[in-house]
Design a protein around this ligand. Structure first.
Ligand code: ZN
Ligand code: ZN
Length: 398
């Protein structure tokens, strides 16, 4: 209802207004979490200006929603997930897109629960898995923005390091290890219906860790291959894609999903990434890196590219069509992968025409021009800028 009336209103204004009133606008914002402080800063990616600072409860891992309207700050050590309105909303008006720009703000809606870790957004339904409870809280982004969270919960048999994903009327949830649920990774995925009852069999996925969506597919990483989930009229369907014989010994434990092109990019051994195209004759292509991998991200705007940051301080551009590295750029001092997994190290986000890479030990964000793949500036950020997400886009503001 709301969407229709807004569209009608917008159409009315468009017809009544002169061309000059329709303003093409492009805005990108970076949301940066500090490594040590319970702080998220919102920064204009074009001007480098800090728009706002949000005090939260513990250092956070950040996730932007699919729509870009919100940023979720998952605070494992504070047992809470805070939600920040990005201040940018994009809507489709058929022949053109609209952008509405407001200030970013911390929403009153939050999700509380023991040890929240994994976040999964599927078409505006966001599932937060609480390792300490062995349960997931699922909310619609819309209800969080409106301040009336419509939280529903699904539970697994015991606390474990798991994940859940909303799938229409169904929910996918990890099945914990039978003997050592708290120490071992989950053994598979279960489908639950609206009443929380199991539908069908357990879908086996030993040492399950890592999941991503790309187009209409969700891929889940297991020790022996990927479980590919498709949505259908009868609920989700599954097929297992074993790692190919031409791949060396290894497995993926983190996946990101392509935007615009259907593919997944996963880690695979410390010094390589694997490109996965589930529909292809040769679904896995290994891409070796010069040194160990620190972080990787897909380019949502230029679907052909993804980026990998390695411990030698270099950013590599991966051509996902050719399955090759196409350009490498020295960006920071080395960041060794020896030491704790959670030591401050660079993270990547793509903000429109710029690739942003945090450099926590220098207190800056490096910007790389996405078209030329050359350095284009840096933004000084107080503290240790660590996890980063970018939100933005273009549209008309009538
Ligand atoms: Zn419009
Ligand atoms: Zn994890």
């Amino acid at each position: 209802m709301l969407d229709i009336s807004r569209a009608t209103l917008c159409l009315g204004i468009t017809l009544a207004a002169t061309q000059a009133l329709a303003d093409e606008n492009t805005t990108w914002r970076l949301f940066v979490a500090d490594h040590a402080q319970p702080l998220v800063q919102a920064i204009d990616a074009t001007t480098g200006k800090t728009l706002d600072r949000f005090e939260i409860k513990s250092p956070a891992r950040l996730y932007s929603s699919e729509s870009g309207s919100t940023v979720f700050a998952v605070q494992r050590d504070a047992d809470v997930v805070s939600v920040i309105s990005s201040g940018i909303s994009l809507s489709d008006h058929g022949d053109h897109g609209d952008i509405t720009i407001e200030g970013p703000r911390l929403l009153s809606s939050e999700i509380a629960g023991k040890k929240p870790v994994h976040f999964f957004d599927r078409k505006g339904e966001i599932a937060i898995f609480l390792d300490g409870e062995g349960a997931a809280r699922i909310v619609t982004e819309k209800s969080m923005i409106e301040g009336t969270p419509d939280i529903r919960e699904v539970t697994a048999p015991s606390p474990h390091h798991g994940f859940a994903a909303a799938f229409g009327d169904h929910v996918l949830v990890t099945e914990p290890h039978r003997d050592k649920p708290a120490d071992e990774l989950p053994i598979g995925l279960r489908v639950l219906d609206e009443a929380g009852a199991t539908v069908g069999e357990l879908h086996e996925c030993p040492d399950l860790h890592g999941a991503a969506a790309s187009g209409n597919l969700v891929a889940v990483a297991c020790s022996s291959g990927l479980l590919i989930v498709r949505s259908g009229a009868q609920g989700p369907s599954f097929n297992f894609l074993p790692y190919g014989k031409d791949l060396p010994e290894g497995k993926s434990t983190t996946l990101v999903g392509g935007k615009g092109l259907q593919y997944f990019l996963g880690n695979y051994r410390p010094d390589a990434v694997v490109l996965v195209e589930p529909e292809s004759e040769q679904p896995f292509r290994l891409i070796e890196l010069p040194t160990r991998r620190v972080h990787f991200a897909v380019d949502p705007i230029r679907p052909k590219f993804a980026y990998v940051f390695t411990e030698d301080g270099k950013l590599s551009r991966v051509d996902v069509v050719a399955g090759k590295i196409a350009g490498t750029l020295q960006l920071t001092d080395p960041y060794s992968m020896d030491g704790h997994w959670n030591d401050p190290r660079p993270r990547i986000a793509v903000a429109g025409d710029k690739i942003a890479v945090t450099d926590p030990l220098k207190g800056v964000i490096h910007l790389v021009d996405a078209a030329t793949f050359a350095r284009s500036g840096e933004i000084a950020v107080e503290g240790k800028p660590y996890n980063v997400v970018a939100v933005g886009g273009s549209g008309e503001a009538h």
